[in-house]
Design a protein around this ligand. Structure first.
Ligand SMILES: Cc1cc2nc3c(=O)[nH]c(=O)nc-3n(C[C@H](O)[C@H](O)[C@H](O)COP(=O)(O)OP(=O)(O)OC[C@H]3O[C@@H](n4cnc5c(N)ncnc54)[C@H](O)[C@@H]3O)c2cc1C
Length: 400
């Protein structure tokens, strides 16, 4: 069993804290550096199926996740007058267990905060590999040396940029953007959601556990990927422009967005790399294989964290072998997720009226019992595409 190997993890989203948990359990010493000043506990619903649920169980957080699950009911596709067009059973979107991303992020942080060093408000500025470690400099903190470095810092990973090269070499934009935020539940939704489309635009509103709040998602075609990553006012302007004159209650939703403090805005893009590791540096989660909506990003990030830590424990002192085995196990599932998510933009916001009608007909077909079974088998197959292996017995956790 590896004992005192130090591992720097960039990113305290979903993948980072999951990895910190497993590294501690296998006897490593993780440090997490997160550029945000505190935990980013926002985001829409994320769901788990099959092997992904097994990882929650092995982390001993399944009960906590179930206690906070959304228990979402049906979602309804509506027309411009708010009249229902198609009813979608919860199984389409909500998997075996569904939770809001922010609640999951909080569970993972609480699970690890006493046994892992967390550094908020900082980020890595350089990585220099030596024969037996990686020398790391930070925007604010003093330089330090770690045995290994993991980039779990999302689609715009700084670790990937520093160790592998510019993001533009690996990012494939799908021609759509997504904006998500929390708003008062002004539609009075109760464990339910509505989906509204005009060509190239989609608004999704839902409310579950907290009936005073609703999650709002805007998806829209944006061929130039006009994201302004660090300028929230500009992001809100881009969304407001995209939804000007879109009908139904989108004007009111745009007004609510202007008051939102938790806006999450990004292009729908994928990350494709030939290899996820370089020497002592390895990537995990969206940093390595971001797929976009429908690509099992959260479940795969958590399975990936377990497998990465497990392979490191199974190959003491041989990170090259561990990284190779980790990638071998994860890549088929990551590629399947990317394949499934490839058409997410035009599916969520079809570009023409005809394509909206065609998508709605597809939804109707899926609602029939026969096809619902086939759909569930398909999604379960994807969720189980990365089996959850057994590793050396984890050690008991002691607060550091
Ligand atoms: C606030 C937020 C809201 C989200 N909402 C949704 C949603 O509604 N729907 C959806 O499908 N997906 C959403 N996602 C993405 C989703 O969480 C991931 O696709 C998936 O869970 C994989 O997780 P990850 O840990 O790899 O990436 P993420 O969850 O994106 O976590 C990456 C973390 O790294 C941090 N980070 C970024 N750059 C640096 C840096 N240079 N140094 C240090 N830390 C850095 C980020 O602040 C973040 O905390 C959201 C992500 C975030 C951060």
């Amino acid at each position: 069993m590896t004992t005192d190997t130090t591992v720097l993890i960039s990113g305290a989203g979903i993948a980072g804290p999951s990895l910190a948990h497993w590294l501690r359990r296998f006897g490593f010493v993780p440090t997490v550096v997160e550029q945000a000043p505190g935990l980013r506990d926002s985001g829409g619903a994320v769901d788990f199926r099959g092997a992904q649920v097994e990882v929650l169980r092995r982390m001993d957080i399944l009960a906590a996740v179930q206690a906070q699950q959304t228990a979402m009911g049906a979602q309804v596709v509506i027309d411009g007058d708010g009249e229902p067009l198609v009813n979608l059973p919860s199984a389409f979107f909500s998997g075996e267990v569904e939770i809001e991303r922010g609640d999951l992020a909080r569970i993972l942080y609480d699970l690890t905060r006493d046994t892992t060093e967390y550094v908020f408000g900082d980020s890595i500025t350089s990585l220099a590999e030596t024969t037996d470690g990686v020398d790391v400099t930070f925007r604010h903190g003093a330089p330090r040396t770690f045995d290994l470095v993991v980039g779990a810092d999302g689609m715009h990973s700084a670790v990937r940029r520093l160790a592998f090269g510019d993001e533009s070499r690996f990012r494939q934009d799908m021609g759509y953007c997504f904006a998500g935020f929390t708003a008062p539940n002004h539609l009075g939704l109760d464990h339910s959601g509505v989906i509204y489309n005009v060509p190239g635009r989609g608004a999704l509103v839902s409310s579950s556990r907290d009936s005073s709040r609703a999650g709002v998602g805007f998806v829209f075609a944006a061929p130039e990927s006009p994201y302004a990553r660090h300028d929230q006012a500009e992001q809100k302007r881009i969304v407001a422009d995209a939804f000007a004159g879109a009908g139904w209650r989108t004007d009111a939703l745009v007004e609510l967005m202007h008051d939102a403090e938790d806006l999450y805005f990004d292009s729908l893009s994928q990350i494709h790399l030939d290899s996820w590791s370089r020497g002592r540096v390895v990537l995990l989660g969206d940093a390595a294989w971001c797929a976009g909506p429908g690509g099992s990003g959260t479940g795969l990030a958590m399975i990936g964290a377990y497998v990465l830590a497990g392979e490191l424990a199974a190959a003491p002192g041989d990170h090259r072998l561990a990284f190779a085995r980790y990638e071998e196990r994860l890549r088929p599932g990551a590629e399947l997720g990317q394949k499934q998510a490839k058409g997410a933009g035009p599916f969520l916001a079809p570009p023409t009226e005809r394509k909206i009608r065609r998508r709605n007909r597809f939804y109707k077909l899926l609602s029939s019992r026969l096809l619902a079974g086939a759909f569930n088998r398909l999604t379960a197959g994807a969720a189980n595409s990365v089996p959850v292996p057994d590793y050396p017995e984890p050690v008991a956790l002691v607060a550091s």
